[in-house]
Write a protein that binds this ligand. Structure first.
Ligand code: P1T
Length: 383
């Protein structure tokens, strides 16, 4: 598969070829935990045990690496286990600088698991590069950025953060879950490592929990691969198959997610029942110009505050029909949720207040249904 092929072609073909034994065009689901050896230690294609390597997973890993424009891809059982693998590269005494607005579970992993192991994290407003630089110290090994962030949809300058990290001998990891490789390729902007919760847009159908890492750094990839096998949080071959099936349509789905979200964001911004709408594609978004430079389009996620606080947003969330009230995002169906009570409950109330995750905040994952139907649903639910 030539690397220069366009995204759509790579989405469908990269990492895959017809099955050599049957010609099956789809990569088979290799439901096998082990592989027969001809003689002790003499393996076929390096396969000895499916925690270490599995052909369905290998195809997925190559596909994801290609989509991110990286040399190495690694698949995991969840987004958080992918993050855990990165954090295992650190040692007691190391320091992480984390963007202040991240998925609640990512924050919890650092705050409740790794802090206990002597790995300190400093949260910082990463749209402020000077503040980010001052948060770094001689022990800082990792800058962890999410862009757009969850749920406030801040857009962070990947190239500038990569320069900051590299000037101090640290690496930059970017959680690219909200943007997807179709809209943004952090490695091309200088990041060392990309993470995905493939549960979201990569999977796209709300039927798989998965995670992925992509890097072009050979040494880092070897270390991560060692940890992937040592820790063992690998996805099942069936989940890899489902994800491979999903990435084939990523570009088509994302085009519709973006178009629908843009229409809805503009409608909500003009609605007097809504106090504030955050969407990187709106000119009112503080980092709109950066988003236009760094991303190919603005994605399918919108955050908004409804007038009337918690009571009004609760009533609104109970009244929507097409938007399902559920955690997660990135599926073909529209979802809606309340970050303070649901996805970001593990962030302290003070930190939530600082970030603007107030009690009236609602997060929308705009699906690929008919945009008029979605607009009508929101209009009716706003009451
Ligand atoms: O759920 P899991 O596959 O382990 O991925 C964790 C994760 C990592 N990064 C980002 C940006 C995420 O949004 C998530 C998971 N987020 C949700 C479940 C949510 O509703 O926001």
């Amino acid at each position: 598969m030539p690397h220069e092929s366009s995204f759509a072609t790579r989405a469908i073909h990269a990492g895959q070829r017809p099955d050599p034994t049957t010609g099956a065009i789809m990569t088979p689901v290799y439901m096998s935990s082990t592989y027969v050896q001809e003689s002790p230690g003499v393996l076929k294609d390096d396969y000895d045990y499916s925690r270490s390597a599995n052909p369905t997973r290998k195809a997925l890993e190559a596909n994801l690496a290609s989509l991110e424009g990286g040399r190495h891809g690694l698949a995991f059982a969840s987004g958080l286990s992918a993050m855990d693998c990165v954090l295992h590269t650190l040692s007691t005494g190391d320091h992480i600088v984390l963007c202040d607005d991240v998925y609640g579970g990512s924050f919890r992993l650092l705050d409740k698991v790794y802090r206990q192991l002597g790995i300190e994290t400093t949260r910082v407003e990463m749209t402020d590069l000077a503040a980010t630089e001052s948060a770094m110290n001689e022990r800082t090994r990792l800058l962890w950025a999410e862009t757009p962030t969850n749920p406030m949809l801040k857009v962070l300058d990947i190239a500038a953060l990569a320069r900051l990290a590299h000037a101090r001998g640290a690496i930059l990891a970017v959680d690219n879950t909200f943007a997807t490789p179709y809209l943004q390729n952090p490695l091309a902007h200088g990041a060392d490592l990309v993470l995905h919760s493939s549960t979201k847009y990569l999977g796209g159908h709300s039927d798989v929990i998965g995670g992925a890492l992509v890097t072009s750094d050979d040494d880092l990839a070897a270390r991560l691969k060692f940890l992937q096998n040592s820790v063992g949080a690998v996805p099942s071959p069936m989940d890899c198959f489902l994800l491979l099936r999903s990435t084939k349509t990523l570009h088509v789905r994302m085009d519709r997610h973006c178009a629908n979200a843009a229409r809805i964001a503009h409608m909500l911004e003009a609605d007097p029942r809504v106090e504030r709408v955050t969407y990187p594609g709106l000119e009112s978004h503080p980092q709109h110009e950066l988003a236009a430079r760094q991303m190919r389009d603005f994605g399918g996620m919108i955050s908004m505050v409804i007038k009337g606080g918690m009571e009004a947003s609760r009533a609104f969330l109970e009244r929507v029909h097409l938007f399902s009230l559920a955690e997660s995002l990135g599926g073909v169906e529209s979802l809606i949720e309340h970050p303070a009570i649901m996805t970001h409950a593990s962030v302290s109330p003070e930190a939530r207040r600082e970030l603007g995750i107030d009690d009236g905040l609602v997060r929308l994952s705009v699906g690929i249904e008919d945009a008029d139907d979605l607009l009508a649903d929101l209009d009716a639910a706003l009451g």
